[in-house]
Design a binder for this molecule. Structure first.
Ligand SMILES: C[S@@+](CC[C@H](N)C(=O)[O-])C[C@H]1O[C@@H](n2cnc3c(N)ncnc32)[C@H](O)[C@@H]1O
Length: 266
């Protein structure tokens, strides 16, 4: 009886050791997760690279999320209750949105993605200029922004706008499908800037462009919080990492407060 119990215990111990070896010590590839400040977990096959890509600091700007990328802190996402601020009539005078649209050189037939479209201030101005044949895909991560844009659209005759709910690390666009990506006042608040730009560059057709619009960090007179501004140097450094296959084409300094930086997919 004693001997039987001893044999059973030895068998159990053997089984436990086997499973520990297979799933732990033997280095069996388990998916790893990079955890963001918001508690969201992103599955990653290259967990190590992702962990070193971002840094978390306990002491940080109150307008940021405590997550740092290439030396800069990522800003909080602007919540949907502030949509009315995006639609303020003074914005045309402050930012010259109509000039920005002209500088984009839109043509009928073009497929444009307005990433971080918010309530669609830019989407609504671009859509008529790419018709007939073209469309604007308005991408946002806040459903409420897209609902607000849908309501605004229904008060116009505009039919060539597609609403698209993106994710924090991807706009979920088809590869090689877009001629122009516009990002106005959004890049600095991407929670996963590396993953977003990687996925955006894949969505561009070869020769497709990104128009990145950010408040000038270099100009202290621009009345915007520091984390909502980007310098031209920092933007180019972040956007031209080899994995993205993007080249900086030009920076247009015709807007009163913002850089308009053009990148092209090689
Ligand atoms: C400051 S608003 C700018 C809206 C619009 N571009 C404009 O200028 O009127 C930034 C918007 O980007 C969205 N956003 C933030 N991160 C995003 C992401 N990873 N993908 C898509 N949209 C994002 C926010 O939900 C918010 O609506």
């Amino acid at each position: 009886m004693q001997n039987r119990k001893r044999t059973q215990r030895t068998r159990l111990l053997f089984l436990l050791l086997c499973s520990a070896f297979c799933f732990g010590f033997a280095g069996v590839q388990q998916p790893s997760f990079a955890e963001s400040k918001t508690g969201e977990k992103t599955e990653s096959k290259s967990g190590q690279a992702e962990n070193s890509r971002y840094e978390f600091r306990a002491e940080h700007d109150r307008n940021g999320i405590g997550k740092f990328y290439m030396g800069r802190e990522i800003a909080h996402v602007m919540g949907h209750p502030a949509a009315i601020w995006l639609e303020r009539p003074e914005r045309e005078k402050e930012e010259k949105l109509s000039l920005l649209i002209k500088l984009l050189d839109l043509k009928p037939g073009m497929i444009v993605a307005d990433i971080g479209a918010g309530s669609g201030v830019l989407t609504l101005q671009m859509a008529p200029l790419v018709a007939p044949g073209g469309k604007v895909i308005a991408v946002d991560i806040q459903k409420e922004m897209l609902v607000r844009l849908q309501n605004r659209l229904s008060r116009t005759g505009i039919k060539n706008v597609e609403l698209h709910l993106g994710e924090a690390n991807s706009p979920k666009l088809k590869p090689n499908s877009v001629d122009l990506v516009l990002m106005v006042d959004v890049y600095h608040e991407f929670e996963f800037p590396y993953e977003m730009i990687l996925n955006i560059s894949r969505a561009l057709k070869p020769g497709g462009r990104i128009a990145l619009v950010e408040y000038r960090m270099e100009d202290p007179r621009v009345p915007i919080k520091l984390l909502h501004k980007m310098s031209e140097k920092q933007s180019i450094k972040e956007m031209t990492q080899p994995a993205f296959s993007l080249k900086h084409v030009e920076t247009i300094e015709k807007l009163p407060r913002q850089h308009l930086m053009i990148f092209m997919r090689k």
